[in-house]
Design a protein around this ligand. Sequence first.
Ligand code: SF4
Length: 65
Amino acid sequence: MTVAKVPVVDADACTGCELCCGTAPNTFAMNDDGVAEVINPAGDPEDTIQEAIDDCPAEAIAWQE
Ligand code: SF4
């Protein structure tokens, strides 16, 4: 079994727009610092997470393989 790739948020790049949390709410959530963080790397289908990555205006999310 191959290890699934997981999304990671660059906390320094995230502007706190909350878009990813709306697109993939089972994967991303805002933390107390107003920055998105990964709450479950496989919380949503991969293509949904990809959509969140593509839509992030700060390009703060990337796959870590
Ligand atoms: S979409 Fe990008 S900038 Fe917006 S909260 Fe998510 S990681 Fe941060």
